[in-house]
Design a protein around this ligand. Structure first.
Ligand SMILES: Nc1ncnc2c1ncn2[C@@H]1O[C@H](COP(=O)(O)OP(=O)(O)OP(=O)(O)O)[C@@H](O)[C@H]1O
Ligand SMILES: [Mg+2]
Length: 276
């Protein structure tokens, strides 16, 4: 039996949102969110704590219903064609959903079996290779570093070749080295044609990875563009002693304004500018 590919080509953007609204009782979290994600691209959704990033991801992955507006994923409407959406996507949350007792390879084989795929062993070996986990594949996950776990988690979400993958804060809590490892894995996904929507609070992560970046603030997308387009929102580089291009962090704080004016935020900015 051949399993029909879930990545069958559907015309149009991989993800399309129009006028999406969502409230939790009195709290209006999304107040009309619009954006599109092109097939095979990496899209970063940025926002402060509580901006509604996870809420957007939950609606797109059919875990939550929007109050108003439409959303389509891989051509399927999230409200009326939820099964089609679920077959097209995978979702990786903030905490790695791997089984510590099993080896990396066993985790992958397990997921492939659960999805009724042919030749789970070959699927596992292929993914271990793609995520540079072949050597560690036979070891219990309990012995893996944070970066290795996270890569395994992303590899597990790729079993069955979903067309669209949602990564909700994929590098939260990882050290810089582990973060770079995950970035490489995410880049490989997009090179293989997978559409990636990631949420992040690390502005550098969006800067490094994303083809397009959107900032969610007070329930709406206030900026949506390529990194180059976002940088144009600020005046050209000032020449002092050295020429300094605005970083995405500068753009973020300029457009978000008051939200970023915490002590921690300004300290972080000082540290960043000292490093440049
Ligand atoms: N099930 C819920 N019931 C009530 N309020 C909720 C629920 N889920 C989220 N919220 C609230 O909605 C707002 C948006 O939450 P959401 O998790 O989408 O934000 P986020 O941008 O993902 O934040 P973070 O960066 O902290 O992950 C927050 O104020 C949150 O407290
Ligand atoms: Mg969140």
């Amino acid at each position: 039996m051949t399993i029909p590919p879930t990545t069958s080509p559907v015309q149009g953007p991989a993800i399309h949102l129009r006028g999406l609204e969502k409230s939790y009782k009195e709290l209006r979290v999304l107040r009309g969110v619009d954006f599109e994600v092109a097939r095979g691209s990496i899209f970063a959704l940025l926002g402060s704590n509580g901006a509604g990033k996870t809420t957007v991801v939950k609606i797109l992955s059919t875990l939550l219903k929007a109050d108003r507006g439409t959303a389509r994923v891989n051509g399927f409407d999230v409200a009326t064609q939820a099964a089609g959406v679920r077959e097209s996507i995978s979702l990786t949350g903030q905490f790695a959903a791997v089984d510590e007792i099993l080896s990396g390879r066993e985790n992958l084989v397990l997921v492939a079996r659960l999805r009724h795929l042919k030749d789970p062993g070959a699927i596992a070996d292929d993914l271990l290779r793609r995520f540079s986990l072949t050597e560690a594949g036979g070891r219990r996950v309990a012995t893996y570093s944070g970066g290795m776990r996270r890569r395994l988690d992303i590899a597990m979400s790729l079993v069955g070749n979903p067309a669209v993958i949602f990564l909700d804060e994929p590098t939260a809590g990882l050290d810089p080295q582990a973060r770079i490892e995950v970035w490489q894995a995410v880049r490989q996904l997009a090179e293989g044609g997978t559409t990636v929507l990631l949420t992040t609070q690390y502005l550098e992560e969006a800067e490094q990875l994303a083809d397009r970046i959107a900032i969610l603030h007070q329930g709406r997308i206030i900026v949506d563009g390529t990194l180059a387009e976002l940088k144009q929102l600020l005046p050209p580089a000032k020449v002092e002693y050295v020429e300094k291009q605005p970083s995405l962090e500068d753009v973020f704080f300029a457009v978000v304004g008051e939200g970023g004016d915490t002590d921690a935020g300004s300290q972080a900015r000082e540290t960043t500018s000292n490093q440049q």
